[in-house]
Design a protein around this ligand. Sequence first.
Ligand SMILES: [Zn+2]
Length: 321
Amino acid sequence: MGLFQPGWMSRDEQKATRALEKVTDDDTLFRIASECPHLSVQIKAAQKIRNTDRRLDAALTKRLLNYEVRMAALEGASEEGLSLVARTAASSDIRLEAVRRMKDEGCLAEVVEATAGGNRDDQRICEAAYEKMNHPPFECSMRVRNRKTDANLLYDLKGMSYPDDREKLMRIIMEKDGKCTEAAVRMLAYEQEREVLRKLAVNGKRNARLAAIEALRLPADRDIIDVILSNPESDLVLKKYAARLLPNEDPMLDQLCCPFCGSFGSIYHHGGYDGAADMYYSAYKCRVCGHEIRKHSVTGTAETKDFSVSLRDLCGKPGKE
Ligand SMILES: [Zn+2]
């Protein structure tokens, strides 16, 4: 075998370099790029491959090729070639490098579509490609979870209208949970979408719920407001949104509630002897969220104040006339 060993396989780097200089055939250059024992010669060979598709094979191959050889293979690659490497190459570093070199938004979108929802490497590539796009298509923003998707979808929403784009609006509402979700809910027309808004107010994702509650109308949707206000699972912000819809003279606004969780009538007084402190205490406590204000005294005469507030104060509504 040694007899027929080509010069570029020589252990002497200079000899191998000289041998490379004489080679012009792409297939042989590819072999040198992947098999030569000297990194510098491998890189030069990759650079010398004339057909850019053949050169890309060095970036795409599953063989254990040095990163720098793969980098050299990306030189002069077309956007389509780079997209192919970004989607399918075995090494994630070279996939990322291909994305960095890409400019064409259509090809970048192709990479996003192909890698969204994939394994961890795919996710990295997907994010990088999405970040590079100035105006990602709607589909890309829907498939990617990224800090920029919310802003991009808000931008897309400006070009949409109800009812023409109802399907897209509903997808944002059901699948996303950001500012774009709120904006999409606000675009639904109450008359046509009343049932949808009522359902979203109770079961939607967080931002959809807030916007849907705002869209409800009283007295027609009073039942939903009551459900939200009386459910201990609803948090303070949801309750504030719901309470703000109540008419100013509504007696519910004067009910006392816990300022920390918004529950009605949940605060009770208790007291007694606190062994740990060796003192008597008097306290008010919310039986729903557990918030407690306790005051100690040696004689047991300390009085704590009930910290409950009216729903009106809680949601910042003005007092009755
Ligand atoms: Zn509470």
